[in-house]
Design a protein around this ligand. Structure first.
Ligand code: ADP
Ligand code: MG
Length: 52
């Protein structure tokens, strides 16, 4: 249903570069229920924004 392949994302704030997602891949099947888990600041919202 949804295939995510080799996603990278970094935020640049002035001279600071923060790597948030590094080579993330994911396959979701039809009707599959998935939860994205991880500590605060691990990149969940960034990842979902990219999917959106
Ligand atoms: N717009 C932005 N600009 C700079 N840094 C950001 C921005 N959005 C998120 N970050 C940073 O990216 C990291 C991941 O954030 P986020 O995706 O919100 O994580 P989560 O949703 O898992 O808590 C955090 O260190 C956060 O401070
Ligand atoms: Mg979040």
């Amino acid at each position: 249903m949804l295939q995510i392949k080799n996603i990278y994302k970094e935020y640049k704030t002035g001279s600071l570069v923060q790597k948030v997602l590094e080579d993330v891949s994911l396959n979701l099947r039809d009707n599959e229920f998935v939860a994205i888990l991880g500590p605060s600041g691990s990149g969940k919202t960034t990842f979902l924004n990219i999917i959106g």
